[in-house]
Design a binder for this molecule. Structure first.
Ligand code: G1P
Length: 289
């Protein structure tokens, strides 16, 4: 079945990014010239998805506004002859259909996904976490859809992380079935040291079979007292095959202050109009470091 829907949870409080995220959703913090959420939406669009379901909470309306049609702004830009800018602004509102679902209680990522069950319906779907930005030649989601077309089963994106960082991620164990693809056998959400020797960390890209909703609906709170997606995934992996995919590209944790700085530099260096000058500047200041 073709994958047409993407779920993007944006209800989180953004505590890792305080005080910047006090009055602004962390998803609206800027990487070079656009908010982080726009990169995620652009990845979705470039991967051929037709509809986005945002899982929101109070205080996140700036995200919806960003992708909405702004009549006043476009009229002013047109009147001032700023046609290129007007085009760019209008392009954002025409990217893709977006619907919002409210997560009424902060009960965790698994619960956020579960709230979309009626809008997603009985079809496989993609999940993208807004903190994880991926720089790659082929969009990470598209790479996963290509694998899905082959296996027709759930897929989690993974990357290797240093062993002293595994407690920050969902970790996968399993059998390598081909280059870059592991069949999932066990999963741990933020395991304590010594629980697993695996360094395969889940990053925020998933393709899920709709069976996940029924599992999420019956699952008990896990790590941190929250409904964990990873726990539901493990149940799903025991029912039918699930694959972990080592995507090609570089992932930045833009929800973390240092990761965010690294993302800004990486995206700025590749920026079509600013990249060249910025590279020159970085080279100059690096000499003085
Ligand atoms: C979530 C997931 C975790 C995954 C991580 C990737 O955790 O629960 O399994 O490894 O995203 O970014 P969070 O970082 O939201 O606590």
């Amino acid at each position: 079945m073709k994958i047409t829907k993407a779920v993007i949870p944006v209800a989180g409080l953004g505590t890792r990014f305080l005080p910047a995220s006090k009055a602004i959703p962390k998803e609206m913090l800027t990487i070079v010239d656009r908010p982080t959420i726009q990169y995620i939406v652009e990845e979705v669009v470039a991967s051929g998805i037709e509809e986005i379901i945002l899982v929101t909470s109070e205080g996140k309306s700036a995200i919806e506004n960003h992708f909405d049609y702004d009549f006043e702004l476009e009229t002013v830009l047109k009147a001032k002859g700023k046609d290129v800018l007007c085009e760019e602004i209008s392009h954002i509102s025409n990217l893709i259909d977006i619907v919002s679902v409210r997560q009424k209680k902060p009960l965790g990522l698994g619960h956020a996904i579960w709230t979309t069950r009626k809008v997603v319906g009985n079809q496989p779907f993609v999940v993208l976490l807004g903190d994880d930005l991926v720089l790659s030649d082929t969009p990470c989601t598209q790479q996963m859809i290509e694998l899905y077309d082959d296996c027709q089963e759930s897929i989690v994106a993974i990357q290797r992380v240093p062993l002293d960082q595994t407690s920050q991620y969902g970790i996968v164990e399993g059998e390598r079935v081909r280059e870059g693809v592991v069949r999932v056998e066990r999963m741990f959400e933020k395991p304590k040291p010594g629980v697993t020797t695996s360094d395969l960390a889940i990053i925020g890209r998933y393709i899920l079979q709709p069976e996940i909703f029924e599992i999420l609906g019956g699952i008990q709170p896990g790590h941190g007292g929250e409904i964990q997606l990873t726990d539901a995934l493990l149940t799903l992996a025991h029912r039918r095959p699930m694959y972990a995919y080592e995507f090609k590209g570089t992932r930045y944790d833009a929800g973390d202050k240092l990761g965010y700085l690294k993302a800004i530099i990486a995206f700025a260096l590749r920026h079509p109009t600013l990249g060249k000058e910025f590279r020159k500047h970085i080279k100059e200041i690096c000499v003085d470091l």
